[in-house]
Design a protein around this ligand. Structure first.
Ligand SMILES: [Zn+2]
Length: 390
């Protein structure tokens, strides 16, 4: 992965740390191998205020107004609490904001506050997360990055994760830390200089990409892809009935998508988790699999999704709709199923990246990301639900 940092462009932000924050956030956002559609977040500390990405903003298009100004001490105070529900956290963060018209701070704001550097960059980099989503992921990461990389086991994002990292790092010497990898989730880099923080991210990701390049291969060609428009349309119509709205399908029939659809253990691998936790909000915990009959494939999806809900829900949860967000059609590839062209494009991007990641993970001992119960925690999380409603 190459750095997109341009010193000539950056020079205009010489005395404007928030402007510089916008600039390198956009550089991260431009690369889909780092973040996809609202994923990742960044911040800058100026005096005693943390300017952190507001929810609802994407890194590739963020502007100064997309950063929420929150009192730094108030956030660090929150990290020291024993417990804070995520909705209380949002309320308290809002009251610690110096501009009430700014968006809600990212749910990872407390974590950004805890990291004692001016610039903090957080991505869900495909290559790094792919390595961690394998049985020996933690060992591979430790060997690759050495003792100066903090490695954190999976904890649900939000207050719990921020508090966990606060406690884990209380007595460390941050000056020796090059970055932080959250298993099954993403990467943090930080520095008092925006360029260095951004380029540390590029270096961390490049190391993982090089490891993947030398240990895995992705299929690059197949016999002519089939453009079975009829099946795709029939699938969209059937899903439309399940979701109660029109469905825009997008067919993914790259060599990778076709190879993926033909994996002998497809049914099992699809239950082994999304690429990064928040993807479950967009694509549900698993897709429908169509062997040769669309109706049967969708019936099986509905049954499995209901089982997933029933075995994880408590009395306050209300089951979401029973329509898959994508389907794998054996031999044909994958079909993203959005309620409009915009949603279909977002799903298609996530599915494309997921497929490549799983194909690599399968060559590194077998794809193993989050469990269905961890995915449920995320999919049915009040804050994530609120984010989608916007
Ligand atoms: Zn994250």
């Amino acid at each position: 992965m190459t750095s997109l940092f341009d010193d000539t462009i950056a020079r205009q932000y010489g005395n404007d740390p928030l402007g510089m924050r916008v600039y390198t956030s956009k550089l991260l956002g431009q690369n889909k191998d780092l973040v996809l559609h609202g994923g990742g977040n960044t911040s800058v500390k100026i005096d005693n205020t943390l300017y952190v990405k507001g929810s609802g903003w994407n890194l590739d298009t963020i502007e100064k107004g997309g950063f929420s100004p929150v009192d730094l001490e108030a956030l660090i105070g929150m990290a020291k609490r024993d417990y804070l529900s995520d909705s209380e956290m949002v309320k308290e963060q809002r009251s610690a904001m110096s501009d009430q018209s700014a968006p809600n701070p990212s749910i990872e704001a407390i974590l950004h506050a805890v990291i004692p550097f001016m610039y903090v960059d957080h991505t869900h980099a495909d290559a790094v997360v792919t390595l961690t989503n394998t049985p020996n992921g933690k060992r591979i990461i430790s060997d690759l990055y050495g003792k100066n990389m903090l490695i954190i086991d999976y904890v649900m994002p939000g207050f719990e994760l921020a508090r966990h990292i606060y406690l884990q790092t209380l007595y460390i010497n941050w000056d020796t830390v090059e970055g932080m990898i959250l298993l099954n989730h993403g990467v943090f880099t930080f520095d008092n200089d925006a360029k260095r923080s951004y380029e540390k991210m590029i270096r961390v990701v490049t190391t993982a990409e090089e490891y993947l390049a030398s240990h895995t291969t992705l299929p690059s060609s197949v016999s002519t892809p089939i453009n079975d428009i009829q099946s795709v349309q029939a699938l969209a119509e059937a899903v439309c009935a399940l979701r109660g709205c029109a469905i825009t399908p997008v067919l993914l029939n790259s060599p990778q998508a076709i190879a993926f659809s033909l994996l002998p253990n497809l049914g099992t691998v699809l239950k082994k988790g999304t690429l990064t936790p928040e993807h479950v909000i967009r694509i549900k915990p698993f897709p429908a699999v169509i062997e040769d009959n669309i109706r049967q494939g969708l019936e099986l999806f509905v049954k499995e999704y209901q089982e997933y809900f029933n075995s994880n829900a408590s009395s306050e949860h209300i089951c979401l709709d029973l329509a898959p967000r994508y389907a794998i059609i054996k031999g044909l590839g994958a079909v993203a199923l959005g309620k409009d062209a915009n949603e279909a494009a977002i799903i298609a991007d996530i599915v494309e990246h997921t497929i490549s990641a799983i194909l690599c993970g399968e060559q590194l001992g077998g794809w193993t990301s989050l469990s269905l119960s961890q995915l449920f925690e995320m999919e049915y999380w009040e804050l994530e639900q609120a984010k989608l409603k916007k």
